[in-house]
Design a protein around this ligand. Structure first.
Ligand code: ATP
Ligand code: MG
Length: 180
């Protein structure tokens, strides 16, 4: 399983449709300060279901939508599509390629799609459980994350190990069961 492509439209500093294709191996994103490198990571986090606007470095929901510039009008919505290679079947879905799409409007509505089929945030979350790449995953190690894991309380530290061992989903199912 690996990330194949990220498509951005109207997300933060990317008003025009921008495709970023990840080739095999390591990809580095380089550029001057303020050119949008961190925005690319924010887009990955956002499409995977990040709900905390603070961790996307914004104050309000619509801060992820292109705000406009001297030459370009503000956008009314933004859209991010992440395509994941699933030939090894790590994602529990019968497709060798999986695209997750999220779209948000200034009015506050947010939509999710898996392989172009409308779905709920919950479906995205469940698809990514135990793969390490979800909202609670460990595949995005941002500044301070290692310190946080080391100094965090034991329950939170355990979540990292649960995810790595592939047992988060059982804990999740138990919690969901208890709700019903
Ligand atoms: P650094 O090297 O300093 O970390 P960076 O390449 O990571 O920089 P980002 O933080 O990704 O830069 O991008 C910041 C830029 O994105 C700023 O110029 C900011 O104005 C722009 N930006 C953020 N949100 C929006 C938005 N909603 N609409 C338009 N531009 C935005
Ligand atoms: Mg940055």
């Amino acid at each position: 399983m690996y990330l194949k492509k990220l498509e951005l439209k109207g997300f933060k500093s990317f008003p025009s449709k921008t495709d970023i294709v990840f080739e095999n191996g390591i990809t580095s994103i380089v550029g001057p300060n303020g050119s949008g490198k961190s925005n690319v990571l924010d887009a990955i986090r956002w499409v995977l279901g990040e709900q905390s606007i603070k961790s996307l470095r914004g104050d309000k929901l619509e801060d992820v939508i292109f705000i406009g510039s001297d030459s370009k009008k503000p956008m009314n919505y933004c859209e991010v599509v992440l395509t994941i290679d699933n030939k090894d079947g790590i994602l529990d879905i019968d497709y060798s390629e999986v695209s997750i799409k999220r779209r948000a409007y200034r009015s506050g509505e947010s939509e999710f799609y898996i392989n172009n089929k409308p779905c709920r945030l919950k479906d995205v979350k469940e698809l990514l459980l135990d793969t390490g790449i979800g909202r609670e995953g460990y595949s995005i190690i941002e500044q301070g994350k290692i310190d946080e894991i080391l100094s965090n309380n034991s329950n939170n530290r355990r979540k990292v190990f649960d995810e790595a061992c592939g047992i988060s989903k059982y804990r999740y199912k138990k919690q969901e069961g208890e709700k019903n």
